[in-house]
Every structure is written in structure tokens, then in C-alpha cells.
Design a binder for this molecule. Structure first.
Ligand SMILES: [Zn+2]
Length: 202
């Protein structure tokens, strides 16, 4: 019985962390003016997510796991657009990477004690960032991949720490904990109540 409640507690805590993580992606994407189509912490709605870890393909989200998913507009990833079209708009590549780091930044702000563990859980995000920077747009970067990554990661942390953005994160996370899945109108409604400073800044 004791173990049961411990497991339940752990699950509840992970669920809250996941809500903040996804809310971080959502709020920063929204901040860039990108529609957020879906934000969920309901594992049943999430397709299997895989990542490479030490050369092995591992599934990140076992059924029942507290791993969420956020799907938003990303100007770097419309279908069939070649990287070369973005040669003049590296800012969008950096925004995409910044949104990628925003989940971890929000999760760690919510619970600073979980930083190491959170990094492990965010390895799908790290994988996406690598794909964006090395695979697709690497040859257009003005700085090295590492410098770009560090800059975007610092920017994600700064944004998450901005008052209006953090308040949006808290509201989105709260709504996720209540409803599990939010769609574009839900996110719009939550963020519309926020000060104008959350939308469309750099
Ligand atoms: Zn994430």
C-alpha cells in the first residue's frame, strides 16, 4: 500500500513536470507568433516516439509514461521545403531550436532539483535540435553548431524566465493537468488573456 502511494506520487510529480515541459514549448512557440496546434500530456494520444541512444533505437514513451507532446507551426519544417530557402532567414532556424529547448527550460524552472533527469527525458528534443542544426541547416549557420545551440538554449531560458511567458507557461500547464489535451483554440484563449508582450517578440 505504501509503495502504491509512492508510485502514485511519483507519477503525479512526473505528470506535473511533463505539463510544464510541454507548456514551455507551447508558450515560446506562441511567443514567436507560431500557432500551437496540439499540446498533450495524455500518453494514449501520443504515437510511439523513438530516439537513438548510444547507437540503439529506444522508445521514449512507453504507454503510461508521463511524456507529452506539443505540435506547433515551425517555419523550418513545412513539407518539401529545402534548407537552401532559409539561407537568408537563419533567425527562424534559431527560433525553432529555441522552442526545442524551451520544454527543458520550463521543466527545470518548475522543479530545479530535476535538472539531470530532465535532460535525459528531453533527449527527443535534443535529437530534433541536432537534426535541425546538423542535418538540415548546418551549412547556413553563421556560427558553429555548438555556439548556435548554446545561444538558443540560453535564449530559451531567458524567455521562460520572462514574467509574461512564465505566467503563460503556468496557465497552460494548469490547463493540461486539468484537461490533458489542449488544441489551438484552448492555447489561443489562454495566451490571449496574457499581456501583449508574450506575442511576436524575438
Ligand atoms: Zn520536449
Amino acid at each position: 500500500m505504501k509503495n502504491d502511494s509512492k508510485t502514485k506520487n511519483r507519477r503525479g510529480k512526473l505528470r506535473a513536470r511533463t505539463a510544464y515541459h510541454e507548456a514551455g514549448h507551447a508558450a515560446v512557440a506562441f511567443h514567436y507568433g507560431w500557432p500551437v496546434w496540439l499540446c498533450t500530456i495524455n500518453p494514449a494520444t501520443i504515437a510511439p516516439i523513438y530516439a537513438m541512444s548510444s547507437g540503439k533505437r529506444v522508445r521514449l514513451n512507453d504507454p503510461g509514461d508521463a511524456i507529452g507532446f506539443t505540435k506547433h507551426y515551425d517555419p523550418c519544417y513545412p513539407t518539401q521545403i529545402r534548407g537552401s530557402l532559409y539561407a537568408g532567414n537563419i533567425a527562424n532556424v534559431e527560433r525553432s531550436v529555441t522552442v526545442g529547448f524551451a520544454g527543458l527550460a520550463a521543466e527545470v524552472r518548475f522543479d530545479p532539483s530535476c535538472e539531470k533527469d530532465a535532460k535525459g527525458r528531453a533527449c527527443g528534443d535534443f535529437e530534433n535540435v541536432e537534426t535541425t542544426l546538423r542535418g538540415r541547416f548546418g551549412s547556413f549557420l553563421p556560427d558553429s553548431v555548438e555556439e548556435t545551440k548554446n545561444r538558443c538554449r540560453a535564449r530559451a531560458e531567458r524567455l521562460i524566465n520572462r514574467g509574461a511567458v512564465w505566467r503563460a507557461v503556468q496557465k497552460i500547464a494548469q490547463a493540461l493537468l486539468e484537461k490533458e489535451t489542449l488544441t489551438e483554440p484552448d492555447i489561443e484563449a489562454i495566451c490571449a488573456a496574457m499581456p501583449a508582450t508574450i506575442r511576436g517578440q524575438k
